[in-house]
Design a protein around this ligand. Sequence first.
Ligand code: MF3
Ligand code: CO
Length: 262
Amino acid sequence: MIEILDAEQLAQAEVTGRLVGDILQTLRERCAVGTNLLDVDRWAKELILGAGATSCYVDYAPSFGRGPFGHYICTSVNDAVLHGRPHDAQLADGDLLSLDLAVTLGGVAADAAISFVVGEARPPRSLAMIDATERALAAGIAVAGPGARVGDISHAIGEVLTAAGYAVNLQFGGHGIGSTMHQDPHVANAGRRGRGYRLRPGLLLALEPWVMADTAELVTDSDGWTLRSATGCRTAHTEHTIAITDDGARVLTRPGRCTADG
Ligand code: MF3
Ligand code: CO
């Protein structure tokens, strides 16, 4: 199903989106060498419930996972790239951490992810990989105006990832979002211009480029949820929820957004 939001829902989407951006920023600031992933999950729970929001994850039981996720945030470290299940492990200097968070507030969901390196180390290839996903996301947002097609976004994302030297996996990608987290249309991280659903004002999309350093193949962890690179290489993932407006795309999940310019 594809939802087109009305003005009231779009105003709520701004509020939900900013909350997601703010929580991710807070968690990023708290994550340090020695932080336990279970603490990150507990902080996420406190911040979500403290804001009067509900988690889109805790009871989520899709076909690509094993039973309800049972946690409030995805914590994917190094070779883990998507759906990283928080567990009893401490962050080390130079770890590449991806945090992915979706909540519902006032009946509207928002979904975002950030990747960053923990501590003082500055591993160049990890930083380059994060940068590629951020540039791919920006390229997808730049073409996501009314009248454009989903394939235009996929193409723009895929061009950046491919030019940066990464093979694109098409098993998981972006998606429509609205009253629930995962809706149509699917937004693959590579594709052909001019194809697919035509974007309309009021549509919310979560765009989420992700890559693995030297492979496009995923393996599922024995926890039944965490998706890792098949080769054990590092990975990165960046995501924003955007709203299609008459003027173009508006990013909803930036932290601390308090101006109207997105
Ligand atoms: N937020 C993820 C996405 O970007 C989905 C995570 S589902 C979970 O689509 F259950 F693993 F949390
Ligand atoms: Co998403």
